[in-house]
Design a protein around this ligand. Sequence first.
Ligand SMILES: [Zn+2]
Length: 112
Amino acid sequence: MKNKYGLPEDGLKRIRERDKNCVYCHKKMVNPNNSSKYRDWATIEHLNYLPPWDNISTVAFCCGNCNSSRSNKKLLDWFKSSYCIKRNINYDTVANPVREYIKKYEKTPKIN
Ligand SMILES: [Zn+2]
C-alpha cells in the first residue's frame, strides 16, 4: 500500500519507529489520533523541498510545529529563521538523517 505521496506504508512505519522524536527540535511527538494539537503531531517531512516526494530515503518525521515553520524552505535557509535560532535548530543539532540529507544534497559544492 502507498500513501498519498506514493510512499510505501511499510517504509513509513520503519521511519516512524526511527523518528520517535522530532528530527529537528527533538520534541517527543504524538500520534495524530491522540492529540488535537497539530504542533505535537508526528508529521511526514520531505527533506527535499521540491518534488519528487515518493522517495522514502528523503522522508523523516518532524513535529507539526517545525513542519509548518519550515514549509517549503531549503533546510539551510530555514536554519537561519528566528524559529530555528530560538530553538537552537541547526546543522549540528538536527537528527542524523537530516544531516546526511544536507551533506548529500544541500552542501554539494557548486561548480562555477
Ligand atoms: Zn519539531
